[in-house]
Design a protein. Sequence first.
Length: 613
Amino acid sequence: MELPWLLLLIPLASATIIHLGLKRNAMVSAMVSTAAVGITLAITLIMQGKDQALSYEWASLGDSSINIGILWDKLSQGMMIVVAGIGTLVHVFSLAYMKDDEAKARYFGCLSLFMFSMTGIVLADNFLMMFMFWELVGLSSFLLIGHWYHKDSAADAAKKAFLTNRVGDFGFMIGILMIWGITGTFAFSEMSITPGTVTVGVLGAAVLCVFAGAMGKSAQLPLHVWLPDAMEGPTPVSALIHAATMVAAGVFMMTRFFFSITPEGAAIADVIPAFSATTIAYIGGITSLVAALMATQQSDIKKILAYSTLSQLGYMVMAVGLLNPEAGMFHLFTHAWFKALLFLGSACIIYACHHEQNIWKMGGLLKKMPLTSGTFFAGTAALIAVPFLTAGFYSKEEILYSALTPEGGITPLFCIAGFVALLTAFYMTRACVVTFFGKTRSDNADHAKEVGPLMFVPLLLLAVMAVIAGFKPIVEAFSAMDPRPEDMSSRVGHTLVLITSIGSLIAGVALGYVLYNGKDKEPFNIGLFRERFYIDKIYDNILVDKIQGIFANLIHFLDEFLIGGLIVGGISRTAGGVGNLFRRIQSGNLQGYSFVLGLGVLLVIYVTVFLSK
């Protein structure tokens, strides 16, 4: 068997074994799942740089066939390093974090199911296969977000994530069918579109429908509302699914799609209609800005990181819309490591503070947890893009370059990206100052202590990657996409981008430190940002209360009146009436029977004599 197939089969085997045979043995389940993802990572490292395309016929419809295949190229290799690498570290971390959980076996079984599903998306060589695994990832996310389903908030968050993603997936399905109608194939290797052969409006609509799937998975406005609520799941799940892998699937899918429909030697801009690309870019940019503003007023440490993830995903989507998907994938690669680090760091903090998540009830943790604090600072430095020292700086620079005009001119999206960089530095400085400095503000924080090696070692490895993942030797070794030229200074707009990047960093850090150093409570109360622009409340009032209420009443009317009253009830009443009629005839009265017999004889004579003529 070819090694790439093992990348799919090993996590599938792990999930199957745990769910069918090991649910009563939590420790063995954890070890099986962790070993499976470790082997997956080893195979991924062995296969780096060895391009392969494997395909087998799964079903046939006349002259057409549907294949199950693996496309192992530079794009999938770089993405698989992220999925398997962070997946392995999260599994190791979970051995300690979830050691006392009563549903530990189910947790690790669902992690293996997720690894199988996510790997399927990365390796798929056609849209149909990708869509099947796309839905499996949605199921896996539902199960992991709702792991503590006895909590109403977790159960509601799981349902919200599942239903919101279905909205985007419906558009995704339509887009796949439109692309099939345009190209006549689902296979990525065969669907290139020659410029000018397809109507711009039709192709643009197909691109936007495919992008709808990315809007759901990558939580772009207005389908972003599920991601912050998904923090109700275990924090290691947030690190794996909602920071590094699943939410980035939309960016990966759009990059695969753009490269697939662009013929060799042609530019993406020659194929993708301008109106659809601009729409994607502005949705990403606005999502990035709105999410960053929301993050400035959150008190839950996981919610701060969740909105930060939304903002950075908006960066990636904006780069894809600016027809520079390489920059989006480069930022995906670097962001995955430091955001997973920040989420796992927050998990250590929450664990040490006895499951306290409010940053205003922490404080002074630098002295209590120096190792965790140091790695968290490394992740923060990468996220706010400390120049030349962290991976986030290099990938963010590429997105800023993408937002400039070809002549190096400033655009609205460049202004948005620069302001978001300032906001990122501000809200992360706020979180660090309130959480780690000053005095402890609660007994939980006062009794906090450093975590053990099973939790700290993954943090250390992720901190190393947060620093070095942007350097060219690392990027090349892991087959990640790198759009940077050899001579960065030769680029048009190089100085402008550098000044914007460093200026926004200094301004954001200074503002965050001055406004929050020494504070014991939130000095500002910006309700619009704290209440998430009231978007969730609008959805609750309109979609949940009003439309869902009207729809429920309509269904009740159809069920009670039409189905129950006319169809089911009407048939039963008709049958009862006919039965009553014949029951009256069967009275047992001989005179009545004789009368009916005589009447029948007269009727037969009448029909025979008069009507037969």
